[in-house]
Design a protein. Structure first.
Length: 363
């Protein structure tokens, strides 16, 4: 409407009458043409704006729909470790308090892509990777603590989706918690083991991890020894390698081709991958390329499951922005202190008091 009114400014009364009625006259014809051009331009711009808004809405809907959700808080109730006390500052636009996030990598057997990457047959999943990520106050430093999947733990009773509860069990492998009761039981078991409140939960499956690495253009890692693991189907000579998504996933899963074949050797490779991925993300100037930004965001959210505090694109974006001061140099990676189990040399147990002291430092 504004454009149409503007098209008639500067004409006299007669000119306005002729334009409105389509009368003859050189001035009237020129003004009419200009009005039609401006009208067409205005409609075109409006159409582009609508298309842009529609595309943005579709992108948001697409990325938001990628994220799976699990309501940990409702399932576990109040029978949990206390949250750390923090006083948010009124002038802080983003959250900056300390935070603990349980990050699991699952070998989901669902979907063809996961099966092709080694997830096995349909019918379940296990937590092959478990890391507690502790963000310090200010969120410019983080400690990533890996929990070996072979750790023998006392698994507490866990609520199940059907309303029943899984029975508690003593001296069972840590990764059975996810297998028995999914994310809720994994969180409850970690909290029971550590007495540390998990503020958030994030899980990514095989396909999601591989897709993210590919979207970032691969990842560069250095291995200190030759790797030849027929189970993960990875063969690498010692040295620096640029890996695509499938090979990066194989490296994260490699166990029998490094060290003594225990889970501790695999954890070392996983921690190296975490740092390499952080460095790769830092090198990406994604804001200058909307197409690349969408590709990485789509890959990052595909295969992702989060608790209800991080299960939307808006919440994840806000969380990511709160980490703007965190670099790979500020990330410390450690493994929960363990020793071989006296009754089973193929399994480990927490090494006390060192393990307890580590968890106490994260509260």
């Amino acid at each position: 409407m504004f454009l149409l009114v503007t098209g008639h400014q500067g004409s006299d009364g007669a000119g306005d009458t002729k334009d409105a009625g389509g009368g003859a006259g050189g001035g009237g014809i020129r003004t009419g043409r200009r009005g039609r051009v401006l009208k067409i331009t205005g409609l075109s711009l409006a159409g582009l704006l609508l298309l842009g808004a529609g595309a943005a809405g579709w992108v948001y809907w697409q990325l938001d729909g990628n994220i799976g959700s699990v309501d940990i808080n409702s399932a576990l109730g109040d029978d949990r470790p206390a949250r750390p006390l923090s006083t948010p500052s009124a002038d802080e636009p983003l959250p900056a308090g300390p935070l603990n996030v349980l990050v699991l990598g699952s070998d989901s057997r669902g979907g063809e892509e996961n099966r092709e990457l080694g997830g096995g047959e349909d019918g379940g999943a296990r937590s092959d990777t478990a890391m507690v990520v502790h963000l310090d106050a200010g969120r410019t430093a983080a400690t990533v603590v890996s929990i070996p999947r072979d750790t023998l733990v006392d698994r507490p009773s866990c609520p199940l989706e059907d309303g029943e509860s899984a029975r508690p069990a003593s001296g069972v492998m840590f990764n059975t918690a996810y297998e028995v009761g999914g994310p809720v039981c994994a969180v409850k078991t970690v909290e029971s083991l550590t007495d540390v409140r998990m503020d958030h939960y994030v899980e990514i499956d095989f396909a999601g991890f591989a897709r993210l690495v590919d979207a970032l253009g691969g990842v560069t890692v250095t291995t200190e020894e030759d790797i030849d693991d027929d189970r993960s189907h990875l063969t690498l000579e010692a040295g620096t390698h640029h890996l695509d998504g499938a090979d990066a996933l194989a490296l994260a899963r490699t166990r029998y081709g490094v060290g003594d074949g225990s889970d501790l050797g695999r954890i070392g490779l996983q921690q190296r991958l975490v740092k390499a991925l952080l460095e790769q993300v830092a090198r990406q100037n994604l804001l200058t390329s909307p197409a690349r930004l969408y590709e990485v965001a789509d890959a990052a959210t595909a295969g992702l499951t989060a608790d209800t505090g991080l299960d939307s694109l808006g919440e994840l974006t806000r969380f990511g922005r709160s980490l703007r001061g965190l670099t790979s140099a500020g990330v410390t990676t450690v493994t929960m202190p363990v020793v071989p189990a006296p009754w089973d040399r193929d399994r480990v147990v927490a090494d006390e008091p060192e393990a307890g002291e580590l968890w106490a430092s994260l509260r």
